[in-house]
Design a protein. Structure first.
Length: 511
């Protein structure tokens, strides 16, 4: 079918763009040209199962780019991103989506590429709340989202397969951006990656990966997880996943297993993580058995080690966290955590040989529930994010640090500035399921103000490299605190910073 026939079919002169693999037909939506479900790699199934992503094949004619591609296999043990009835069907998991104000190649607008989170177990670009339209319109720039493999398919250590396949997917998507984004009106020489939680962990890894060098120029990491696995730990976890199916953890043994069945095996292991505490240590007390693996090849060293050595000194960085990160995960237990549980959390996560007493001394008036929350917020998100900035500075680069302190309105504010609250604020979507859970059915007027603060800082940074507050250093430690009344102040969690000052976020070991 010709371009003209396609346009006649859809009843409007819709946008058509030529990519290196063929022409795509998008749609005009609220003043933007929008293209969804464009393949950046071949489906990783059949002979390509557990392989590094392979270049997408060319097609003839014009391909519709109206709908998101199918999500990668999802862990059924976690809340889904879309309902099975709504999810696209198929195995073309590796697709990319673009929102652009003007697909004229001469426009050369800044580009922002979103990498989703989901505990490395779930996630897809069609998740409600990841619509790039608001960011593209408000910032007058191009927004890109894409799918990458998660769970066993993306992160499990499988003998005979490359490690960190999800990270290789992310590299392949960024290579697609570099090769094609100019045709969508974007500037391939001004690309900012931004992501939250596991997405921020992926970006931290990309900063350390030689394969990703030069593919982006700025990075925004929202709540970087501190979990990166050693080879031995990752291999032992995959052995347990394969054992759920009576199989060995090899590409040959697992290749014939239905992806949904394999995802269910991963969920089964995740459900009984505490029983592996004697072997897997701190991982057994987290919600996920998957993380990037420091394999010496795809990911040579941890992000903190790489940045301190100058690996990303030429990449401008924003990194930060939410004030009350872990409160999201204990929402149903707020006010009911006793001293015994708090003590156990301190023993597991607090740094140093006297970490438990050090936390009690630093927070002498904190009740059990607050200590329980603090040490896990610090270990999992807050201190990894801060240490990333400090490593970047040590390596000769520049970093800006922020904290989100505005409280989620739901549950009378009991969730505080919890994990994930930043996502609907950045995207400006207050009605997705996740947003509704945090913001309530009728978000207060302040929601718009704080949302505009975050989104404006991110898009200004993508355009200029300056988010509107000074870079972080180890003397003044200036930090932007986003709230109804935003301030620039010394890092506000200094007691925790001091507790973790000498801690090294090393690859988590197998005991």
């Amino acid at each position: 079918m010709t371009v003209e026939e396609f346009r006649e079919l859809v009843g409007a002169r819709e946008p058509v763009v030529s990519t290196l693999t063929g022409k795509v037909l998008g749609r005009t939506e609220a003043g933007l040209s929008v293209f969804r479900g464009m393949p950046f790699a071949e489906p990783p199934v059949g002979e390509a199962r557990f392989a590094a992503p392979r270049p997408a094949r060319r097609w003839d004619g014009v391909r519709e780019a109206f709908s998101f591609g199918p999500p990668p296999p999802q862990d059924p043990g976690m809340p889904g991103t879309v309902s099975p009835a709504e999810a696209p069907v198929g195995d073309d998991w590796l697709t990319v989506n673009v929102w652009t104000p003007d697909h004229d190649p001469a426009a050369r607008r800044p580009v922002m590429v979103w990498i989703y989170g989901g505990a490395y177990r779930v996630g897809s670009a069609d998740t409600p709340g990841y619509d790039g339209g608001r960011i593209a319109r408000d910032g007058d720039l191009v927004v890109v989202t894409f799918n990458h493999r998660v769970g066993v398919e993306g992160f499990a250590w499988i003998d005979g397969a490359p490690a960190n396949r999800a990270l290789l997917d992310q590299v392949a998507a960024l290579e697609w951006v570099r090769a094609n984004i100019e045709s969508f009106g974007g500037d391939p020489d001004n690309v900012t990656v931004f992501g939250e939680s596991a997405g921020a962990g992926g970006i931290a890894a990309l900063l350390a990966m030689p394969r990703a060098t030069g593919l982006f120029h700025r990075a925004i990491t929202q709540s970087v997880p501190g979990t990166y696995f050693s080879e031995a730990l990752a291999q032992d976890i995959t052995t347990a996943v394969a054992a759920e199916l009576g199989l060995r953890p090899t590409a040959t043994a697992l290749a014939g297993t239905d992806p949904a069945v394999l995802a269910a095996a991963g969920a089964a292991v995740a459900a009984k993580l505490p029983t592996f505490a004697d072997r897997w240590g701190q991982v057994a007390h987290t919600p996920t058995p998957f993380s990037p693996v420091v394999d010496g090849d795809v990911l040579p060293v941890t992000p903190w080690q790489a940045l301190a050595a100058g690996a990303a000194r030429d990449v401008q960085l924003i990194t930060g966290h939410n004030r009350d990160e872990y409160r999201l995960f204990i929402a149903h237990e707020l006010g009911r955590i006793d001293d015994a549980r708090a003590l156990r959390a301190l023993e597991v996560f607090a740094p140093g040989p006297n970490g438990t007493q050090a936390y009690r001394d630093a927070y002498p008036d904190a009740p059990a529930g607050q200590l329980f929350e603090l040490v896990q917020s610090d270990w999992l998100f807050r201190m990894p994010s801060l240490h990333l900035a400090e490593a970047q500075i040590a390596g000769g680069g520049r970093a800006h640090v922020y904290e989100l302190a505005w409280c989620a309105p739901a549950l009378g504010g009991a969730l505080g500035a919890c994990h994930g609250l930043d996502v609907p604020l950045v995207f400006g979507d207050f009605h997705s399921p996740m947003a509704a859970m945090l913001l309530g059915p009728e978000p207060p007027a302040a929601t718009d103000d704080v949302s505009a603060q975050l989104r404006g800082a991110w898009t200004t940074f993508a355009r200029t490299g300056d988010p509107g507050w000074p870079g972080y250093d180890t003397e003044q430690r200036l930090t932007k605190v986003f709230d109804t009344e935003p301030v620039i102040t010394a890092y506000p969690q200094d007691r925790s910073r001091r507790l973790w000052h000498d801690h090294v976020f090393a690859p988590l070991p197998l005991r």
